[in-house]
Ligand binder design. Structure first.
Ligand code: GUE
Length: 295
């Protein structure tokens, strides 16, 4: 059996196009374009690449982008003061502070300082709590992107057995909340889970978000299951160039699964599209406008 390839890049392009159209309608109604502020502290090359592609996508979707690049030695106080300025800036609907932050800065404090209505990462405790209680929330981009791929692939998720591998605040926990919201039966597995392969083998839906290259093997997968690979791991190759692999051993798992996301070209592009989507949602809520249904 060969799995269907879930094309995250195509799904992301189509979501970005919907955002672009809705951003135009918003600009007509509100007299301004939705605005996203990105903050990058330091010189981490991977972070710089991500932020650059976010800024590019922001412009292409007709959103206004405000980028702040801060020195590696920036104090926590200075970053908090920038966040306060962005909270107060009416042109800014979304604030993204790229993680990880340098060690002198407490990321939890920074996340807590972002106004929850501009928290387009969905990392603030208020948004996590709103998601967990089924209220309107800004939802973390990566799990939201995974959910959109799952819905497009499977339709109704109710009654499906879903196993989320990983319990992070950024992916695993919000992913579980979203799947519960879809009436799936959800298990959150992690590094201490007993018989992880046996647990995963029960799943109709597997979401792998552990950060271990190619950890999920073919004999963990129930034939026909849908596999969403959140991992983005850079591994060295013989030619010294390195390549990206997910948390799923793609070539063997795709022999067993019913559908699977590739890395790259799966979840990653959806994360960026959902960031734009969240910015648009935040803009509508802040302006007192109804959020377009299709987003
Ligand atoms: N506050 C904050 N919010 C984030 O959402 C956030 C963050 N910090 N820090 C870093 C991670 C990572 N992240 C990615 C987004 C898109 C791709 C992506 O588009 N990847 C492409 C290609 C990647 C490549 O070629 O390097 C793909 O998977 O096809 C990857 C990773 C967002 N993050």
């Amino acid at each position: 059996m060969t799995a269907r390839l879930i094309d995250g890049k195509a799904a992301a392009l189509s979501l970005r196009e919907q955002v672009r159209v809705a951003a135009g309608t918003f600009a007509q109604a509100a007299g301004r374009r939705p605005g996203l502020a990105t903050v990058l502290v330091g010189e981490d090359p991977a972070s710089a690449v991500y932020v650059r592609s976010k800024i590019k996508a922001t412009g292409e979707a007709g959103l206004e982008s405000f980028h702040h690049k801060l020195d590696d030695a920036t104090s926590e106080e200075d970053l908090l003061s920038l966040v306060a300025d962005l909270n107060a800036d009416e042109r800014v609907d979304g604030i993204l502070v790229q993680l990880p932050l340098p060690t002198q800065i407490d990321a939890a404090k920074v996340i807590d300082a972002i106004s929850p209505d501009k928290d387009v990462d969905g990392f603030h405790a208020l948004n996590a709590g709103r998601l967990a209680t089924g209220l309107d929330a800004l939802v973390p981009c990566t799990p939201l992107g995974c959910l959109k791929l799952l819905r497009a692939e499977l339709g109704d998720l109710s009654g499906k057995n879903a196993v989320v591998i990983g319990r992070s605040n950024i992916v695993g926990k919000p992913m579980a909340m979203l799947l519960i919201g879809e009436s799936a039966t959800v298990t959150v597995a992690h590094s201490r889970t007993a018989d992880l392969p046996g647990v995963v083998r029960q799943a109709d839906i597997v979401v792998a978000a552990v950060g271990r290259p190619e950890m999920v093997k073919a004999d963990w997968i129930k034939p026909g299951a849908t596999v969403i690979d959140v991992g983005i791991n850079r591994v060295l190759t013989d030619d010294g160039k390195g390549r990206l692999v997910g948390d799923v051993a793609f070539s063997e798992v795709s022999q067993v699964a019913g559908a699977i996301t590739p890395v790259p070209g799966g979840v990653g592009p959806m994360t960026i599209a959902c960031l734009l989507r969240n910015t648009l949602v935040a803009a509508h809520r802040r302006a007192g406008l109804t959020v377009p249904q299709e987003l």
